[in-house]
Ligand binder design. Structure first.
Ligand code: GH3
Ligand code: MG
Ligand code: MG
Length: 282
């Protein structure tokens, strides 16, 4: 899929020249004012912005500042393409958050090379961010990211539930069928859970997972439990899960206390036969 580049310049001929250079290799969007540029970055998927500085009303610095101060757009690389060649203007461009600064008249091939470089860096950063926040084996959030998002959710929403899920007698599966099959069991469980329940879903330990979700999802947990119960992996392996649920209440001062109650319920589920859900107020 082609990357999308937004060109911003109040002089139409400048846009046309740039568009001609980039068309074919990229999907190109054009904005003839700062205001239009801001509207486009906020409403469409833009991978990189080529930005003129001198424009009436909202100038390029302001556009860049707005892009860099919005959660949704802050990671879009911005390259200034401008006839302002003095050092102070260049430094200001970088200070505001641009990744590069190209002065006019520019060399076409150098401009294209710089675009390629910054798109490559952006892709690498995205890949690293994914690796840093997700569990490689299951694609669920890793423990650190799960707690980061769970804390944010806890602080902004009172109508939430903490859910702890643990695969039953998982050690037996490893011992009987080997670790490879054990891994397939964990991956399959995570995939089905992601497709069944909407929420913040993370791998907290080996075969233990957490979910933060709203009331609507809680009713789906027994469907999940049944789906898992009825599954046969590699034509031979069956397994079950136990689930503990807690609803956020005034006693919970933080996410750990909410999940602790969910954990107590999980252990009650384990102690009273497994393959079940316990949702008891503590
Ligand atoms: P319970 O029903 O009480 O939860 O029993 P259990 O056997 O599931 O629980 P226990 O905590 O005793 O064992 C969990 C096992 O999971 C131990 C560990 O070796 C295994 N395990 C942890 N992570 C992985 C993994 O990534 N892959 C595989 N195959 N096994 C794992
Ligand atoms: Mg277990
Ligand atoms: Mg366990």
């Amino acid at each position: 899929m082609k990357n999308t580049i937004l060109l911003v310049d109040d002089v139409r001929i400048n846009l046309e020249i740039l568009k001609k250079i980039l068309d074919g290799s990229y999907d190109v969007l054009c904005a003839e004012s700062g205001k239009e540029a801001i509207k486009i970055v906020q409403s469409m998927n833009v991978d990189l912005v080529l930005l003129d500085i001198m424009m009436p009303d909202v100038d390029g610095y302001e556009v860049c500042h707005t892009i860099k101060h919005n959660k949704k757009t802050k990671d879009i690389p911005v390259i200034f393409v401008t006839s302002k060649v003095d050092e102070a203007s260049i430094v200001k461009g970088y200070d505001i958050g641009a990744v590069d600064y190209i002065t006019k008249p520019y060399k076409k091939k150098e401009l294209v090379a710089k675009i390629k470089t910054h798109l490559k860096i952006k892709k690498l950063i995205e890949e690293l961010e994914y690796i840093a926040t997700h569990d490689t084996m299951t694609g669920a959030l890793n423990r650190r990211q799960f707690f980061k998002l769970a804390i944010e959710k806890f602080n902004e929403d009172d109508n939430i539930y903490g859910v702890m899920i643990d695969i039953d007698k998982f050690k037996n599966i490893n011992d009987t069928y080997g670790h490879h099959i054990g891994d397939i069991v964990i991956k399959t469980f995570a995939k089905i859970t992601k497709n069944t329940i909407n929420g913040i879903f993370g791998r907290l330990g080996g075969e233990e997972f957490g979910i933060i979700c709203d009331e609507n999802e809680i009713s789906k947990l027994d469907i999940l439990r049944q789906k898992i119960e009825n599954l046969i992996i590699e034509d031979k392996v069956k397994f079950t899960i136990s689930i503990g649920i807690a609803k956020k209440n005034q006693n919970h001062k933080n996410i750990d206390e909410l999940l602790h109650d969910a954990d107590l319920n999980l252990y009650e589920a384990k102690g009273s036969g497994r393959n079940k859900i316990v949702f008891r107020r503590r």
